[in-house]
Design a protein around this ligand. Sequence first.
Ligand code: FMN
Length: 400
Amino acid sequence: MTATPIPPTAARQVEFISLSHLNPSTELDPIPTRGIDLAYFRRYVRTLEEAGYDYTLLPYGSSSADSFVVASAVGQLTERLRPIVAVRPNTALPQVVAQQLATLDQLTEGRAVVHLISGGNDAEQARHGDYLPKARRYARTSEFIDILRRSWTETRPFDHAGEFFRFDGFGPGFRPYGDTIPISIGGQSDEAFQVGGRQADIFSFWGEPLADLRAEIERVHAIADAANRPRQRIWVTFRPIIDRTDELAWRKAYDYAARIGATFEAQTFGRQALMGKGTPQNRGSQRALEFASRSEVYDRALWTRTAAVTNAGGASTALVGTPETVAAAIVDYIDVGADLVSIRGYDTLADARDYGRHVLPLVRQELAHRAATGQRGTLQAEHPGALAPGFDADALAGVR
Ligand SMILES: Cc1cc2nc3c(=O)[nH]c(=O)nc-3n(C[C@H](O)[C@H](O)[C@H](O)COP(=O)(O)O)c2cc1C
């Protein structure tokens, strides 16, 4: 068997992300708490570090914990894990956020990353008094990024008179530990691409079919090229569902979708309850629902039912199969250009540990093999998942 060559779009390295959970409540088993379970949180972030993750996202919403305070705790509970702080530019002045990020970066000796959320839902933005329409919110994000970077690098006081922010004599600001702090953009609307393509270091997606993601990567990189900016690193997010055999994994996936759907209907789990049931306003969720309406299964392991039953109110598309199948699917995404892969399960803590034991090493081994030999390993050829002839998810799960 001759292996297919490594495609020119393939990333050479991968880093892993997982969102941090503050308590054991999940979409599978919601428990009525909105608080921090400190023992659980400590265990969770230490598990991420021990499992070999590189980053953890601290999400942000109007009723979430404060992402900066949590990120600071992550920094002190870990040695290596890099906190990614989700920040909405309507919530604080850019000079203040620059100070906060630089402080976090110093406290973690250079581990801070910021993920800018322009806001995907008008009602949610209004909870914090933000009444700008979405296109204007992205214009504000653009100005916000310029001020962040200036605040970290200017050596003298400076003035700013822009469309959204105005100040005089700020600076020199508090400096990061390193030269700068990576800036990531979340969002899939045209405005997100324009701002991300021109100004971001990282551009992020929820899990999409491979061909669609490749087209989107080309789109954001073309904007970067036209602006004469370095190309963004690409972040893609999945919710894997793994088990010892593909059959067990598909059975589990169908069970999970039923339970997650029931939680969504009951509106008992955090962010979903905030986003509601109508047509989502954010392009990322609209895209996820379009993919779900076209097909439930794509490529080797991508499954969209989990998005369909939650109105795609957050990262929700799954990768289903054995650890080998899911690792091979992750390598498929690396082949189209993903270099930051976020995997967070539905059984959050147990999954973080299991991915660390069974998935991350396989992906890293494949990339190490490629680096050493210039050729693909056998992982993708040996674990076809849904690419196998005659594959039928319903039959595997035992519902047909
Ligand atoms: C990886 C990733 C993480 C995200 N994290 C958050 C978050 O913590 N809080 C939030 O309100 N939105 C989050 N979002 C949602 C979008 O950033 C947000 O809805 C966007 O600003 C507007 O959507 P649009 O450009 O797709 O229309 C995230 C999106 C992605 C891709």
